[in-house]
Design a protein around this ligand. Structure first.
Ligand code: 13P
Length: 249
């Protein structure tokens, strides 16, 4: 069976005291779910979060990393640095990284390689913009993003890859893809993987949905057969809301 995953992407929110407060709240919540639970604080709070959550079921993951191992890349953080503070999973390709930091498919392919070489798990994000959806090009856009960044990999690499479909028009807007739109796209993604690799590989990859997932819509979205979890932004900043989503599985 595919893994269910609910990951909270905190984005650039929460300084150290706020991180501590949210972690304290998270620790008070009950996990009544078979989903793996993850949170992605900012770089400065990763070690603290790991230290606090080490013995719990909540995994601390990173929001980004550089592809190089080390060197003259001012302001950047490498896979081995993340691993050294207990982080074994990284989000790559978030639409905000693509839009505001010019991350291209080619750059992301290098980041994916670096994460995998370092035995990290990748949550690889992609998704179309509103104009792509309106013009009916959403499937081509998503197929291209996946192909360019991931299709140089062997099928065996996909045991360390989680996919996250995040339509840009649904991120932070309150507008969610309908459960049917999410299911249709997730099915398309799985078929794309099966065509390139094989059914077994395609059926093993967890595909998360992200974009305005809230306690009141999580259950319906997660009920779809090809939706294996969620990548949560705004609602991950409140422990009760985040766990209401986690416990929707
Ligand atoms: P929201 O849940 O705030 O729409 O953000 C989704 C997201 O970008 C998660 O990575």
């Amino acid at each position: 069976m595919r893994k269910h995953i609910v990951a909270g992407n905190w984005k650039m929110n929460n300084d150290l005291p706020q991180t501590q407060a949210l972690i304290d709240d998270l620790k008070r919540q009950q996990i009544n779910s078979d989903a793996e639970v993850m949170i992605a604080p900012t770089f400065t709070n990763l070690w603290h979060a790991f230290d606090q959550l080490n013995k719990t079921k909540i995994e601390v993951i990173a929001q980004n990393m550089h592809f190089a191992e080390h060197g003259a890349f001012t302001g950047e953080v490498s896979a081995s640095m993340l691993k050294s503070v207990g982080v074994n999973t990284v989000i790559l390709g978030h639409s905000e990284r693509r839009a505001y930091f010019n991350e291209t498919d080619e750059l992301l392919a290098k980041k994916v390689d670096s994460a995998l070489v370092n035995n990290m798990r990748v949550i690889f994000c992609f998704g179309e913009e509103l104009q792509d959806r309106k013009s009916g090009n959403h499937e081509q856009v998503v197929e291209r993003q996946i192909k360019n960044a991931l299709f140089h990999l062997d099928a065996s690499a996909f045991k360390n890859i989680v996919l996250a479909y995040e339509p840009v028009w649904a991120i932070g807007t309150g507008e969610t893809a309908s459960p049917e739109q999410a299911q249709d796209m997730h099915k398309f993604i799985r078929t794309t993987l099966a065509n390139k690799y094989d059914e077994t590989t395609a059926n093993q990859v967890s595909i998360l949905y992200g974009g305005s997932v809230k306690p009141n819509n999580a259950k319906e979205i997660f009920s779809k057969p090809d939706v294996d979890g969620g990548l949560i932004g705004g609602a991950a900043l409140k422990a009760e809301d985040f766990f209401a989503i986690v416990n929707a599985f």
